[in-house]
Design a protein around this ligand. Structure first.
Ligand SMILES: [Zn+2]
Length: 331
């Protein structure tokens, strides 16, 4: 099968990259940092809002791309092993994401995700589609029918223009079915091994046009919008239909300086996420950094769980957690 994303060695470059070569001009370091066998004690309900699940043959292509062009993956686990790992280590709920790297594979991926969700009540799965592919609308509608609770897209892999008619179709179907959309449209981590240049396709300004045109579409941008962190901070203040996830940015791995101060940001618009299993460092690195920020109890409860529950429609438990975490109420 094709590599994933398309192997740049097997195709003509579709773009000539200009300007910033991006953070992945060279592969990044593998960290052998220590890991615990459980999340820190006493935390409220924890949702990892950014976990990747794929069928085995997709995962091996994803990992070979990462190993060659990004970083060495520390946790090469199957989807079932990933769920067991996170739940056994104290994560309470998982939002599972995947993305179609070409037309024609979304139906298989969505059916796979729906099966995993049916057998795991602690998993909320999202659907994917390749923007502009034939029957994009019905692919998503069938996925929603099968129980998937949102849509995930990745601009660097799928090379879409977020202001194009093909994307308009996806925004409309999500809005019509009240399903949130999580899409990687920040410009980093840019890699010359991607088939398009995220610096040409992505900007906070382009996303603002979407936020204005689709006020009823709930959107989440991963990685706090890196590398336009200030611009995205400004957008969540201005638009109630935008959320950001923390994925990999709090972990102090990328050269992000300064790391955004979450206590200065809207506490109801930030979702904790990790990118597990595609990590070059310890699985709990990001949650330990988040806990070390000493945010208020209410803010940490929101970021760790409640915001993701509101975004995806996940029911919070009404009973206290074992080990000292305080109870959440359903709302
Ligand atoms: Zn991710």
């Amino acid at each position: 099968m094709d590599s994933f994303p398309p192997d740049p060695l097997k195709q003509n470059n579709k773009f000539e990259s200009k300007g910033d070569p991006g953070i992945l001009a060279q592969p990044l370091a593998f960290l052998n940092d220590p890991e615990e066998d459980h999340v820190p004690e006493g935390l409220p309900f924890i949702v990892d809002g950014h976990v990747h699940l794929f069928p085995d043959h997709f995962f091996s292509s994803v990992w070979s791309w990462f190993d060659n062009f990004a970083w060495q993956i520390r946790y090469k686990l199957t989807s079932e092993e990933i769920l067991d790992f996170l739940l056994c280590h104290g994560v309470d709920h998982i939002v599972a994401l995947h993305y179609a790297h070409k037309p024609g594979v979304a139906i298989e991926l969505n059916a796979y995700m729906a099966r995993l969700c049916k057998s795991n009540p602690a998993v909320t799965g999202t659907a994917t589609v390749f923007p502009g592919e034939v029957h994009a609308r019905s692919i998503l509608e069938d996925a929603f029918q099968s129980g998937l609770k949102g849509v995930k897209l990745h601009c660097h892999v799928q090379c879409f223009d977020m202001n194009s008619p093909a994307m308009g179709e996806i925004y409309e179907v999500c809005t019509f079915h009240s399903k949130p959309l999580i899409m990687h449209v920040g410009r980093e981590p840019k890699s010359p091994a991607y088939p398009c240049d995220p610096y040409q396709l992505c900007s906070a300004g382009k996303l603002e046009k979407v936020l204005k045109a689709y006020p009823d579409l709930n959107l989440c941008v991963p990685h706090l919008g890196w590398d336009e962190l200030d611009e995205y901070h400004h957008l969540i203040e201005k638009y109630d239909n935008l959320w950001l996830d923390t994925t990999m940015i709090l972990a102090d791995y990328f050269p992000v300086d300064p790391i955004p101060d979450l206590s200065e940001m809207r506490p109801d618009r930030i979702i904790f996420g990790t990118d597990f299993p595609n990590l070059p460092y310890a699985w709990d690195r990001e949650i330990k950094k988040l806990v070390s920020l000493k945010l208020s109890d209410d803010t940490i409860a929101r970021i760790l769980g409640r915001n993701a529950c509101e975004f995806y429609g996940i029911n919070l438990p009404v009973v206290p957690k074992k080990g000292g975490g305080y109870a959440e109420t359903n709302h």
